[in-house]
Design a protein around this ligand. Sequence first.
Ligand code: SER
Length: 597
Amino acid sequence: MRPRIAGTLLLMVWVIVAAVLAAGGPARAFLAQVEAELKEQTQRVMAADWIKNTYLTEDTAALAAAVNEELLAVTSRHVRDARRFQGQALDPESRRKLHLLRLRTPLAAPSDPAQRRRLAKLREQMDAAYSRARDCGPEGRGPCQDLQQVIRLFATNRDAETLRNAWLGWHRQGRLQRPRYTEFVAAANVGAREFGFADMGEMWRSAYDMPPAAFAREIDRLWRQVRPFYEALHCHVRGRLARAFAGSLPADGSIPAHLVGNLWSQDWSTIYPLVEPFPGKAGPDVSAALARGKFDPIRAVTTGESFFTSMGLPDLPKSFWQRSIFTKPAGREMTCFDAAYDVSGDGDLRLKMCVQPNAESFATVHDELAQIYYLDAYRGRPELFRRAANEAFDQAVGSTVTLSITPAYLARLGLADHALEDEQALINRLMQLALDQIVFLPFARAVDEWRWGVLAGQIPPSRYNRAWWELRRRYQGIVPPSPRTEEDFDPGAKRHIPANLTYIRYFVSYVLRFQLHRALCHAAGVSGPLTACSVHGSREAGKRLWEMMSLGASRPWQEALAKIAGERTLDASAMLEYFAPLRGWLDRQNGTQRCGW
Ligand code: SER
């Protein structure tokens, strides 16, 4: 019997291998051609994008939009052509490439040209309407202010009535967006179905190397880890808001959206002065030291580069210094948002940034350079793998590095007097950070859970706004400043909805940031608290970081994580460990008072 079983097995293996080889040949040839075309097209997009973003005119914007649209059309064509390999036995690399091809753009364009044009038009109209939006008061009668002015107002004004009016004024724009968004959802789903997904939400959730439903469960698991901490923070902040805005808080324990210093209640750090644990206790004044030390933009960037070379990463190429832009050029329009590029895709690394002599900008330099090193590390990979491990990884890597800007690191640079942080200054710093990082998580979850529900048809247009506020209330404990109706469309007042940008990536990247930091600290052999750890100078941490980054998207992100952390699942415990001193302080403050909503 035995030799016969062995023979049958051998035959089966042979049949499978032959099938894989037979199908694999055409698939590999197809992918080689797709990658060559995508590489060329992507280079054009990058060049057009660089020019537009560093020399903004109507012409450069139109050219950039045109090549971007071309790339979208080319990608959609490739995805449709690739359908002939569906269900065939392929080698793992080709399988992965075909999967990544379907996820390359956040929007799947339908094959019918009229539908495709309509979808592009709707997105463009929603985006344009958002950029033109103004707050013209609760009745829309004016006077008006633009988004930057409203953001500033929320950061600085503490008059409940003024804030409420501005909030209502800004959110009026949703009414215009609602019919377009409703049509957009249907059209986008047509494309997603053609790409082989149940709907666009499922397509987005498929970008995490696990079944879409398992990914949604992961988000829930991570949120459960953080929720008790968020509740403690919410409780403390609410108590302080009740003092500052006497009579403006509802009795049910929730917080009205207009009182937390941010138009979307996603980052409460501007109300820090109202909740500061130890008044006046601050760490080193890095901005003053930077200004005193005359850290011009070049010096800030070379200092950032030294952070990475101290970890054994290579020097940045000469062309980086020749082609990057660190200050806003005179005599032409340039958007100042920070961006990292590899324009040619072959190591043509560039930074576009308006570097300022302050602590925030100094941290951003480190963040952007990390993303530049990421581009450099995976540039030798095939085109479809020249990406971060998933859509959250590049941002996470950048922000991880900024956690290493500790008082000790600053003291080494001559930017701080003391390498040690005073306990009270630390708790203050953690409070400031938590008002941004911890507070953000329930917001991000609500945004994309809403969208997943809408895209799957579980939230029909007749419940768009109600469902939005149910989720905001459930996760954030935030309620609208006054009752809303289905005439309103409050999701439309947050850019990522009309611009169709995925949002859960930020949730993942915030969690990942602390997990990567803890892992790099362990690699560096630092055993003290995570708040005091800088991986500056650690070759071992540098080696692991580089190994992880150089994988690009060639392997599932779990393997990339394992390269640094030795673990394959996301884990918010590092975040909790980082904030532990603040958590202890909050629990003592909150004591036995009733919390929650
Ligand atoms: N950049 C994202 C936003 O603006 C997340 O912080 O909402």
